[in-house]
Design a protein around this ligand. Sequence first.
Ligand code: PLP
Length: 460
Amino acid sequence: MPEATDPSQEFPQRHAGLANLLVEFNQMKSFMDDPLIIVEGDGVRVRDHTGQWYIDGLSAVAAVQLGHRNQAIIAAMTEQLNKIALALPLYAASEPAIDLARRLVEITPGPLTHVKYASGGSEANEAAFKVARQYHSQTGHPGKYKIISRYRSYHGATMGALAASGGAARKLPYEPFPTGFLKVHPPDCYRCPFGLSYPECDVRCAEIVDDVIQAEGPESVAAFIAEPVSMSTDGFIAPPPEYFKILRDICDRHNVLLIFDEIITGFGRLGELFGADVYNTAPDMMTLGKGLSGGYAPLAALMMTTPIAEAFWGDPTDAVHFNGGHTYAGNPVACAAGLEAISQIVEGRALANGQTQGTRLRTGLEELADRYDQIGRVDGHGLLQGIEFVRDKSARTQFPPARLLCRKVGQTAKANGLIGRMGDHEFVLAPPLTSTSDEIDEMVAILDTSIAESLETFDG
Ligand SMILES: Cc1ncc(COP(=O)(O)O)c(C=O)c1O
């Protein structure tokens, strides 16, 4: 047997090519000083190039719902690879793509009956905007083109999806964006943008969408897009229960399509299969990604209702079809992974386990919030839970940019073996639905230790 190499020696020789790489969203100058290079995973854990194991409390990026090195998904992908890897995307459908479309129609709530694939979430949202505009144009309302979304949302990194996204920091370097994208304030009950309190507010944050549509002219508005629960660098926001019902009603009144971006919230992340189930509201379109393939291959989808799909049905000379696509959209190997992932979530124990573990995680985080004055709130659904760090709990004031306790806690947690989503103020956990009780308890315990350690040296 070859002698085991010392993993700590793997860098920099083995990874000299890191100097040639731009890692998503990262400042490479500081990344190079303390690089995280993941070499393998197993269940809820991942190992880096130095040999340290971490709990992946983020399912990679809210995608690996069923854990790393999932043998049944690997087997399904391998079987498909042995048939065909890429099935003439311009001229043909593949069997896994067909089977997955049927499965998605079965499991999504409401009357979503048609599927258009993409290879990533941003692409799926781009397609949703194009479908919305073309649908209105082909049903007698060519003037409807505006897309309304919310500040602090995230819908992707491509130009249209970024135009619909809310965070200034990620957008400013790339402005100007295409016209026709408007924003409203999000439903942040902890720090209401209207200075109101729930429930006396009558959910003003939803009602305001009606005002905006009226002010813009309903004949110019195509769609409203929102994530059921948003998790971006600009905040973690779980709307009040009636928020989406009010929006559904407003959209119906003005012939505006309601799009749910379920790229994070789909496939059991919130304790129900979809955010639409949590909020008991059926959208006209839904975008899916991340957990759709269990995180095993790039795959995303746009789902739509029959009336929308019908607007694209005609003879070739009518030219009413959706005129766009991507080489890897609906890739057969990715769809094979998706079929197996859905079967583990729906027929297997993953959804039920995710519900149980979501409650356990929430309880653990609430206990931390009871003990630490610096935790202002715990929010979320299922296995998407966030805590917000505050300087003053009763005034709900945040730490200034030069003293971000959350960043410090996140770095300490990483050193202690737990990776979560680290914003300026919010630390979010979104572990695999297959996490065990012991693993959830371990996450909360590491977070507890990391907060205590951070506070010892924190000059807040
Ligand atoms: C809610 C939401 N929408 C869209 C996207 C974009 O998806 P992708 O990164 O696959 O393009 C993301 C990615 O994090 C997301 O969280």
